[in-house]
Design a protein around this ligand. Structure first.
Ligand code: DGL
Length: 290
């Protein structure tokens, strides 16, 4: 159901190995995926898009999220990307399956790589994610597809993304909220915790302080980037030249993004504000009146 494989008849000839990979998220969360991309595939050029004018995604409806993702993918294909990595669990959970049949480009999501990694680590798996991702049950389904005997508990954490985007990681309030979200999982004696939102690895020191030391943390970013690198290799699309500097684009205020992203990137990006194209659902998805 959440398979990441691509149709083997994908017209790879139309892509160029030097083309960038597109990464997107609602905001700063995708930087945890970008960080992995820099580590595992430093030869690749990247276009990063943060939909900062519309974050958080995790409290939006499935229809809204699908619409946002369609707009972003339309824009990214216009930029000539050779692959898109959804650096957003909410988009992966709610839109990946649909858009993969609408766009003629490899698109990877986080759920299946995260689920596969989780079952390799443990049997009592906690997932912390946005309310939209939890409501979709995408992680639960994906984990059970890989290992039907694993126990899964999910907790929606609506306050985490706003706290991270407001740069309140060191705030004692964040500790208190994290304690509240994690306690039910600790009570269930989980052995593994999946970061089901790309923002949450930014909270690693806070979560580590609260969790028993034996609990293993799974960051799906590590595994989706490994899958992306492998896929590019298989498609003959790995970049063999020097990468271009990462291009950062946002829908909201570039200065705010630049300031907040500096902490996670270790350098100050120069983001451009862009306007996403207006996209209507494909005609076959529109309701036809009798
Ligand atoms: N970082 C994204 C995710 O992985 C989106 C979080 C949000 O905007 O609520 O789900």
């Amino acid at each position: 159901m959440f398979d990441q494989q691509y149709p083997s008849d994908l017209p790879t000839g139309s892509f160029h190995d030097a083309a960038p990979i597109g990464l997107f998220d609602s905001g700063l969360g995708g930087l945890t995926v970008l960080r992995e991309l820099y580590r595992q595939a430093p030869q690749e050029s990247v276009i990063y898009f943060g939909d900062t004018a519309r974050l958080p995604y995790g409290t939006k409806s499935p229809a809204e999220i699908l619409q946002y993702v369609r707009e972003i993918l339309t824009w990214m294909t216009e930029q000539g990307v050779k692959m898109v990595v959804m650096a957003c669990n909410t988009s992966s959970a709610l839109a990946l399956e649909t858009v993969r049949s609408e766009f003629n480009i490899p698109i990877l999501g986080l759920i299946l790589p995260g689920a596969r990694a989780a079952v390799q680590q443990g049997k009592r798996i906690g997932v912390i994610a946005t309310p939209a991702t939890v409501a979709s049950d995408a992680y639960q389904h994906a984990i059970h597809e890989v290992d039907a005997s694993a126990d899964v508990w999910q907790v929606g954490c609506p306050e985490f993304v706003p706290l991270i985007e407001d740069n309140r990681i060191e705030d004692p309030y964040t500790d208190a909220i994290a304690q509240r979200y994690l306690q039910p999982l600790i009570d269930q004696k989980i052995d593994t915790l999946v970061y089901g939102c790309t923002h949450y690895p930014h909270l690693a020191p806070v979560l580590r302080r609260i969790l028993p030391p034996s609990v293993k943390l799974v960051d799906p970013a590590v595994h989706v980037v490994a899958a992306a690198a492998q896929e590019l290799d298989l498609l003959g699309l790995s970049n063999v030249r020097s990468p271009k500097p990462t291009r950062f684009c946002v829908s909201g205020c570039p200065d705010t993004f630049n300031r907040l992203a500096t902490r996670w990137l270790g350098y100050t990006p120069i983001a451009e504000q862009i306007q996403l194209p207006q996209v209507h659902p494909p005609v076959w998805l529109e309701t036809v009146e009798p």
